[in-house]
Design a protein around this ligand. Structure first.
Ligand code: FES
Ligand SMILES: [Fe+2]
Length: 429
């Protein structure tokens, strides 16, 4: 396996990547251990658990966790597994509870994870069991602008280092005004026969597929863009970190179109001058935080030809098997926006990138077929070309960080993404 991974790593630098990794048991198992067992994984947005006692259950790899806000307002992520015999503690996906009581023998834990109740403690354990030693297993957590990430890797560097400058781009989605962004309701989630990597790559800036897979948008006038101008814009990635974003640009486009004017003014105040300059030129921003958290912002209108409403979807691709993942998709809205705008943004999101959204359906149809093909015996020996923009130099006039190239249609972000993926699998990240 090591030799195969070395080949893959070398191939990436030459613009090649194998087909079979998108649906393979051995790769899946290795990813669980070497990637999801080591990297930072997105768990929740803080606004999903605003009050003491609020919790959601989420995953790091195949480990289910309770992400809860304790009575002091602090967030904890604990393995959702009773320390007595391993029962699943919390069966709901979200709720509010100060304590969790195991349904098997009745051990009780605070929502922060401390064990506080053990039936027959004195009579049965004869002083041998110290409650403080048997709390729920804690994950490390760290946050950025409302995003809560977790890892079981004690040696992982800080989240700040992990994001490595990608925060500049994330702020577009997260600093939508003075009080930032919040989720608009719980996530949609559904299981799909799609490998998580296909979705992660697409959202790392695949502007190439848009005029074809989402052709309806051009034909009906749903995009403030056209097949002719669609390649314009930038692909930005953070070298060695795996994160990437595509920034689609339409010439003559009104900066921040689709936001109410008052909101645009507030957003501009929350961003740096460099960010304002970069995002003023952005029609669509579609990015992936390595490995499996993505964002997309764009305007959408039900009325062809009109700019409509700018919305944000945040999505997570939780791998549940080779070629299979559970998608989580949220709508993020500016916390300080009017209810009317939030509803309009949620409507635009629902029509496009919720489970039954038009864009989502276009993508899933393709992704599921790609995943199926990747499993075929012929796929074992097939590589894909990742050759776009191999020679393109960094756009030195661009005011954002990372490796930034024009045009937006480019494989540069994907080479960086798969390079990081291979580094993790090789234990060299
Ligand atoms: S398994 Fe939880 S109390 Fe026994
Ligand atoms: Fe798409």
């Amino acid at each position: 396996m090591e030799a195969r991974l070395r080949d893959i790593r070398e191939g990436i630098d030459h613009g090649r990547f194998p087909a079979y990794v998108f649906n393979d048991q051995e790769i899946f198992d290795l990813e669980q251990e070497k990637l999801f067992g080591q990297a930072w994984t997105f768990l929740a947005h803080e606004s999903e658990i605003p009050k003491p006692g609020d919790y959601v259950t989420r995953y790091i790899g195949n480990n289910n966790l309770i992400v809860a806000r304790d009575e002091h307002g602090e967030i904890h992520a604990n393995l959702n597994m009773c320390r007595h015999r391993g029962n699943m503690m919390c069966k709901s996906e979200m709720g509010n509870a100060s304590h969790f009581r195991c349904s098997y023998h009745g051990w009780v834990y605070k929502n922060s994870g401390e064990l506080i109740g053990v039936p027959y403690l004195a009579e049965g354990y004869e002083g041998k069991l110290k409650r403080k030693d048997w709390g729920l297993v804690k994950a490390r957590i760290d946050t950025y602008e409302g995003l809560v990430f977790g890892t079981f890797n004690e040696d992982a560097s800080s989240l700040e280092d992990y994001l490595g400058g990608f925060q500049f781009y994330l702020d577009l989605y997260l600093k939508q005004g003075p009080n930032g962004s919040e989720v608009h309701g719980p996530p949609d989630h559904w299981i799909t026969e799609t490998d998580w990597k296909i979705a992660a790559e697409n959202f790392a800036g695949d502007g190439y597929h848009t005029p074809v897979a989402h052709q309806f948008g051009f034909n009906l006038g749903y995009f403030p863009s056209s097949g002719a101008t669609h390649s314009q814009g930038w692909a930005a990635s953070i070298p060695g970190k795996g994160h990437g974003i595509g920034l689609g640009h339409t010439p003559g486009f009104t900066p921040f179109a689709g936001f109410p004017d008052a909101l645009t003014a507030e957003i501009k105040k929350s961003l740096t001058p460099d960010q304002v300059e970069v995002f003023s030129n952005t029609r669509t921003a579609v990015g992936t935080v390595f490995p499996n958290l993505s964002f997309l912002m764009q305007p959408f209108s039900l009325i062809p030809g009109e700019t409509g409403v700018r919305f944000v979807t945040m999505r997570l691709y939780h791998p549940i098997g080779p070629g299979k993942c559970e998608m989580y998709s949220w709508c993020l809205v500016p916390k300080d926006a009017s209810d009317e705008y939030k509803e309009a943004a949620y409507q635009a999101y629902t029509l496009t990138f919720a489970q039954a959204g038009t864009f989502e359906q276009d993508d899933l149809e393709n992704w599921a077929r790609l995943t199926r093909m990747a499993k075929s015996s012929a796929a074992k020996g097939i590589e894909f070309p990742y050759l776009m923009g191999m020679e393109t130099e960094r756009d030195e006039d661009f005011r954002g960080p990372g490796h930034v190239v024009k045009p937006y249609v480019n494989d540069s972000n994907f080479r960086n993404l798969w390079g990081r993926w291979a580094d993790y699998l090789l234990g060299e990240a």
